[in-house]
Structure formats: structure tokens, C-alpha cells
Design a protein around this ligand. Structure first.
Ligand code: GLV
Length: 334
């Protein structure tokens, strides 16, 4: 029975998707937790209903925190995303409602950069396409140009979006595969960081024209919507590969499927899609694309670290008014 003064009452929080039991147990030490054990994806109305009386919520990139939802959940103090990207949050609306927003940077950087590089290699060396061929029983002899791909070592690696993950991919390319690394970003890195990454700043036009392998690692924003569409694909080399580990909507998937089918570029590797988990039907039928279901940060160690960091943000915010990785820290000082 709660004390009538409210003293000793734990704040209520919602965990919107299934997470690791030990992280849930840690949250239960501090909070009255409602968890989503079935891992269903709730509608906006269901999320709003479950958020009534909650002080915090642990979300994944799937749950959208909109101005409308915030207006309907006046007790909410923190939305803790278990993702580094937070385009599922309306951050200005969070700030306007005095709701702290947090994400999970750093803990996933190297794992995600590893995956970006793996996807680049699988795409350039046609691993998925050739595996499907083998599984279909079509392999009956060795042949000189069978599944001949494009060179990775010594080629030009282009990176669009040079944050922590982009820098991780640059280091792997420059130092592991002797690649010439070029990048384009909203702002240029300082000289020491460029040197550590072995990367050279170029214009977007030069990046598109010169990259043998172009990796997209930029956040999704309204101005980045379809930043790679038909006009950009037309500027790439016909031998080039395109890798998207950033967000769906950054690439115009219909235009990309068309460019892959017509041979305007050689191949693509995609971990994220417009409207995922739906995938543009044309991408499912072109052979020269490697498709993975948004798993770039998916190692158990990294997903644990992400869940723990999101939990730590909830605990810090609701027990001492601080946060480890705030997106809108101004809410804390207000
Ligand atoms: C995954 O896409 C993330 O933003 O962490």
C-alpha cells in the first residue's frame, strides 16, 4: 500500500518493446514498470493510452513521440530512445513540453561501423547473390567471371555523413583496406580527426563522382529526405556500390531499384528502408542488392549496452534530474 503522502512511491515507467530481463530487473528496482513482454508494436493510440500516469518511457526507433502524443501525456518527463538516431522523436515538441529526450550514442559506434563495412564487402563481392545461386542448385561449374565483383582494397571509399559511425568506417577503410577515403558532411572535421580517419573532405558532387563505394551514415532529417535520388544516382560511376546503414527515406528506394536494374550503378547494400519493415517491391526483385532487416547494431553485447544506457538515462532523469546522453539538455536546466 502506497503511503498517503506519496513518499516511497516509485515513478511509473513504460518499456515499449521487449528488452533484456536483467535490464528490466534493474529498472524495477527504481520504478513501477509496465513492460511489453509480447513485443507487439503498439499503435499511436495504444502507446498514448499506456503512457497515462507514466513519468518515463523506454522506446526503440519504432515508436513515434509526436506533438500530439506529448499533448495527451502530461505526466511524461523523459523519452529514452534505445537508438542513436532519433528521427522518431519530435524533439522541439519534447522541449516545448519540458520532456527530456535521450538516445544511445557511442556504445554502438564500432559495431555499426563493422556492419557497414561487412555490408560494403558483401555488396561489392556479390555474396548474397552468389549464395542464392548456390542454394538454388544452379552451380554446376567454375567459370572465370562468375560473380566477379568490384575491388574493395585500394579503391575509393566515399562517406556521406561523417559523425562517429562514419569516422569508424573511414578508419576501417583507410587503415585496414588501403582505401582512399573521401567524405562530405554538413561541417568539415578538424585536421587532426581527418588525419586519424585518413579522410579527405570533398564536395557532394565530387563524392558522388569519385566514390567506388559510397556509404551513407547521416541522420534522417527533412532536408536529408531523398538526398540520394535519381539525379544523384546518375552522377555515380556505373561500377559503384551504394550502402545505406543510416535511415530509410535518405535514399529514394524506387529510383535506386531502377538504377540497379538499368545498371546505372553496380550494386547496393541496404539495412534500412523507406516505410520499413515494408520493403519497396522493386528492391525485392533486383538481384544486385543485399538486403538486411535493420540489424547494423545487432550484436547481443551492443544491444545490451544500448538497453542499459537507455535504462541509465531513465534512472538518472527520474531519480536525480540528470541524464547521460541528453538530446535536449536545456530541459534539465529549465
Ligand atoms: C539504429 O538505427 C539506431 O539509430 O541506433
Amino acid at each position: 500500500m502506497a503511503h498517503p503522502s506519496g513518499e516511497g512511491v516509485k515513478p511509473a515507467v513504460l518499456v515499449a518493446r521487449r528488452i533484456f530481463p536483467e535490464v528490466l530487473a534493474r529498472l524495477r528496482q527504481h520504478f513501477d514498470v509496465e513492460a511489453n513482454e509480447t513485443d507487439d508494436v503498439w499503435s499511436a493510440a495504444e502507446l498514448a493510452r499506456r503512457l497515462q500516469g507514466k513519468a518515463g518511457v523506454l522506446t526503440t526507433g519504432t515508436e513515434r513521440i509526436t506533438a500530439e502524443l506529448l499533448a495527451a501525456t502530461p505526466g511524461l518527463k523523459i523519452v529514452a530512445n534505445m537508438a542513436v538516431g532519433y528521427n522518431n522523436f519530435d524533439v522541439p515538441a519534447c522541449t516545448a513540453h519540458g520532456v527530456l529526450a535521450t538516445n544511445t550514442p557511442d556504445v554502438l559506434t564500432d559495431t555499426t561501423a563493422d556492419f557497414g563495412f561487412a555490408l560494403l564487402m558483401a555488396t561489392a563481392r556479390r555474396m548474397a547473390e552468389s549464395e542464392h545461386f548456390l542454394r538454388a542448385g544452379l552451380w554446376n561449374r567454375w567459370s572465370i567471371d562468375m560473380f566477379a565483383g568490384t575491388e574493395v582494397h585500394g579503391s575509393t571509399l566515399g562517406i556521406l555523413g561523417m559523425g562517429r559511425i562514419g569516422q569508424g568506417i573511414a578508419r576501417r577503410g583507410a587503415h585496414g583496406f588501403d582505401m582512399r577515403v573521401i567524405y562530405h558532411n554538413r561541417s568539415r572535421l578538424d585536421a587532426a580527426t581527418e588525419a586519424a580517419c585518413g579522410a579527405t573532405y570533398v564536395s557532394k558532387a565530387d563524392l558522388l563522382a569519385q566514390a567506388d563505394h559510397l556509404v551513407l551514415v547521416l541522420p534522417y532529417t527533412a532536408s536529408n529526405h531523398h538526398i540520394i535520388g535519381a539525379p544523384e544516382l546518375a552522377q555515380m560511376k556505373p561500377t559503384a556500390t551504394l550502402i545505406n546503414i543510416a535511415r530509410g527515406g535518405i535514399v529514394d528506394d524506387a529510383a535506386l531499384a531502377q538504377a540497379l536494374r538499368s545498371g546505372q550503378i553496380a550494386a547496393a547494400g541496404l539495412d534500412v528502408f523507406e516505410g520499413e519493415p515494408q520493403v519497396h517491391p522493386d528492391l525485392l526483385t533486383v538481384p544486385n542488392v543485399v538486403l538486411t532487416p535493420h540489424i547494423a547494431s545487432a550484436t547481443l553485447a551492443t544491444r545490451r549496452a544500448m538497453a542499459n544506457l537507455a535504462a541509465d538515462n531513465l534512472i538518472a532523469c527520474l531519480t536525480e534530474g540528470s541524464a547521460l546522453t541528453p538530446i535536449n539538455p536545456e530541459v534539465l536546466s529549465a
